[in-house]
Design a protein around this ligand. Structure first.
Ligand SMILES: *[C@@H]1O[C@H](CO)[C@@H](O)[C@H](O)[C@H]1NC(C)=O
Ligand SMILES: *[C@@H]1O[C@H](CO)[C@@H](O)[C@H](O)[C@H]1NC(C)=O
Ligand SMILES: *[C@@H]1O[C@H](CO)[C@@H](O)[C@H](O)[C@H]1NC(C)=O
Ligand SMILES: *[C@@H]1O[C@H](CO)[C@@H](O)[C@H](O)[C@H]1NC(C)=O
Ligand SMILES: *[C@@H]1O[C@H](CO)[C@@H](O)[C@H](O)[C@H]1NC(C)=O
Ligand SMILES: *[C@@H]1O[C@H](CO)[C@@H](O)[C@H](O)[C@H]1NC(C)=O
Length: 172
């Protein structure tokens, strides 16, 4: 139980768990990133954790996405500009535990195209590696969880961990 190989296995499994729990939050759900939608209601119905993704889907010749600070969000200005996206399908990693503010340019912020999301820290103590990874491997249908890229990454990591242990002659 105390062998270095097993410790490495547990470490890899907990990394896999971290991948499994990352969620892609599609802004507005099937309504996407468009005017006259309450993104406050949308955001209040989600829980964001560090390393989750937020993704914006929209007509790229009409809309775009700017990350600003609270002043920019409140007033629909570019105050505190921290990033801009315009591909029409933008994935942004929420890698800090803080409140993020996103607005649309071209005046559409005034039509409600603004969203703020508060990202919670990951709770390492809640991720008991073996229990959580069993759940993760079977749990890709959990509501709100999206498989990409989690399941593949997790499967690869679990396979890698298993081969390290088996290859070193310890066995499971
Ligand atoms: C949004 O609402 C405003 C005011 O009600 C309206 O003028 C505008 O056409 C609406 N835009 C869209 C895309 O529905
Ligand atoms: C909140 O989320 C649940 C499940 O994810 C969904 O069924 C419900 O429609 C959402 N409500 C709103 C207001 O988006
Ligand atoms: C922008 O919003 C903030 C609140 O976040 C407010 O205090 C400030 O007066 C506003 N600035 C402008 C230029 O409207
Ligand atoms: C946002 O950034 C502007 C500078 O671009 C700054 O003047 C303002 O104080 C910032 N607002 C907040 C809430 O940090
Ligand atoms: C958008 O971001 C790029 C870097 O990603 C930067 O070079 C460019 O100046 C930004 N544009 C605006 C309008 O902020
Ligand atoms: C983290 O987990 C501990 C125990 O599992 C719990 O008491 C605490 O409230 C959790 N914190 C957060 C931010 O979820």
């Amino acid at each position: 139980m105390g062998s270095p190989q097993l410790r490495r296995l547990l470490l890899l499994l907990s990394v896999a768990v971290a991948f499994v729990s990352a969620t892609d939050h599609i802004v507005g759900g099937h309504l996407g990133w468009n005017p006259n939608i309450s993104y406050t209601l949308w955001a209040n119905n989600q829980t964001f954790y560090v390393n989750d993704l937020i993704s914006f889907r929209y007509q790229k010749n009409m809309y775009n996405v700017f990350e600003v600070n609270k002043t920019g969000y409140d007033n629909c200005t570019m105050d505190g500009l921290a990033g801009n996206w315009s591909s029409g399908k933008d994935f942004i990693t929420l890698d800090q535990a803080k409140t993020y503010y996103f607005i649309c340019g071209n005046g559409f912020c005034f039509s409600g195209m603004k969203v703020s999301v508060t990202v919670h820290p990951l709770n390492a103590s809640s991720a008991a590696p073996l229990k959580a990874s069993t759940h993760g491997a079977a749990g890709s249908a959990a509501p709100g969880l999206r498989p990409w890229p989690s399941s593949n990454a997790a499967a690869l990591l679990v396979a890698a961990a298993a081969s390290i242990v088996i290859g070193s002659g310890v066995g499971i």
